[in-house]
Design a protein around this ligand. Structure first.
Ligand code: PLP
Length: 405
């Protein structure tokens, strides 16, 4: 696989940033978009646009068919059992809020326990906090070990007969730890506890098979999968979607509306209130085409090579502290440099054309545990090369010179 050719498919790399070629190491935040996805969005607006699921005119019918075709495509891609198990959302955050709100309202009561981990992004903590407040439930945090991963025994230890749901990240967006979710799902199933996976960092890098994985809910950020912004997916087992109350009310999600009663549409429509992201959903089919053309296995093996190289190069620099040493790491490399604030590092790297992210990465619980207010994160996508890592390393050297370290 020729990465240089793949990079050419991303128009953003044609430009220079601060006079330097763009080295984009912020894909865990959001990935860049290939031309095929961008073109699909514009061609849809130029010649095919209409709102979906409402009017009967030709444009509306075609647009609705295209929108629903993407649902079929996602079902196949995820190997979900039913097409109705695919709900489009505005991101993984909304997908998790949907589950926390609807599941929480129906199934969580005072004293019940929600099991999450210290690795969680705020998107997989704050929605559960709302339920904690509303229902008087308890949130338990499985602790991370010194390597920045959560061990199976830690999960087992925290399960009790009050556990109503386990909500856990697939890959940490800080330590890169890959969680053994299949084992966790197996343990949970023995006890009839549903499992939600925050698959935001998993879906862009790993082959997914919902039927094999067996989880109840899986949240996806399409914008991290070379897809359009403002789009996410909730995979949920149909048995849950049939049982759960709607998340938002409005047009499209109803069956019949009277002054004294309302009945709801069947899933997935029940969970897709109001005007949806039409062009984005249609164009997401192109993201799947892009991923499938390269092959997820090839994507992973390429990213792993760059990751290994990045770890090797950064470890050579004795002033750098790499966050986490998980046995299995996804494409995330967080680090600190003693004596330089992560925001200063990110700003100086930007001067060199290198885009990274600095801050707590929406994981304040984890940063508190690590005893750090913030870290700098380089994250890898299919377009990154070893040369990008070399440029990152040079930019870090420059940064150390500026701060005389
Ligand atoms: C682990 C994790 N969970 C959830 C989210 C939120 O995803 P979205 O931006 O699609 O709402 C992110 C985004 O960075 C993330 O890294």
């Amino acid at each position: 696989m020729e990465v240089e050719n793949i990079k050419k498919e991303f128009p953003i790399f044609k430009q220079k940033i601060n006079g330097k070629p763009l080295v984009y190491l912020d894909s865990a935040n959001s990935s860049q978009k290939p031309k095929s996805v961008i073109d699909r969005i514009s061609s849809f607006y130029e010649t095919e646009f209409s709102n979906v699921g409402r009017s009967v005119h030709s444009l509306a019918v075609k647009a609705t068919n295209r929108f629903e075709n993407t649902r079929d495509r996602v079902q196949k891609y995820l190997n979900a059992k039913h097409r109705e198990e695919i709900i489009f959302t505005k991101g993984a955050t909304e997908a998790i809020n949907l589950v926390a709100s609807s599941f929480g309202k129906k199934f969580i009561n005072s004293g019940d326990e929600i099991l999450i981990t210290e690795l969680e992004h705020h998107s997989n903590y704050v929605p559960w906090h709302f339920i904690r407040q509303e229902k008087g439930a308890k949130i338990k945090f499985a602790e991370v070990n010194l390597n920045g991963e959560v061990e199976i025994d830690e999960i087992k230890k925290n399960i009790s007969n009050k556990t109503k749901i386990i909500a856990i990240t697939h890959i940490s967006n800080v330590t890169g730890a890959i969680t053994p979710i299949k084992k966790i799902v197996d343990i949970a199933q023995e006890k009839n506890i549903p499992v939600l996976i925050d698959g935001t960092q998993g879906a862009p890098h790993l082959t997914l098979d919902m039927q094999d994985l067996g989880c109840d809910f899986y949240a996806i950020s399409c914008h991290k999968m070379y897809g359009p912004n403002g789009l996410g997916i909730l995979y949920a087992k149909k048995k849950w979607l049939d049982l759960l109350p709607p998340y938002q009310g409005g047009g499209g999600m109803i069956n019949e509306v009277y002054k004294d009663s309302i009945s709801y549409a069947d899933t997935p429509t029940k969970f897709e209130a109001g005007t949806m992201q039409t062009a984005e959903v249609v164009a997401f089919s192109e993201s799947i085409n892009f991923i499938e053309k390269i092959g997820m296995k090839n994507i992973l093996s390429h990213e792993n090579k760059i990751l290994e190289y990045g770890l090797e190069q950064l470890k050579k620099k004795n002033s750098i502290n790499i966050i986490g040493e998980p046995k299995e790491r996804g494409s995330v490399l967080c680090f600190t440099i003693k004596g330089i604030h992560p925001h200063d590092i990110a700003t100086i790297l930007d001067d060199e054309g290198v885009a990274v992210r600095a801050g707590h990465h929406c994981c304040q619980i984890l940063h508190e545990k690590l005893g750090l207010p913030a870290t700098t994160r380089a994250s890898i996508g299919i377009y990154n090369t070893k040369e990008d890592i070399d440029i990152l390393c040079k930019a870090i050297d420059h940064c150390k010179k500026v701060f005389q370290i």
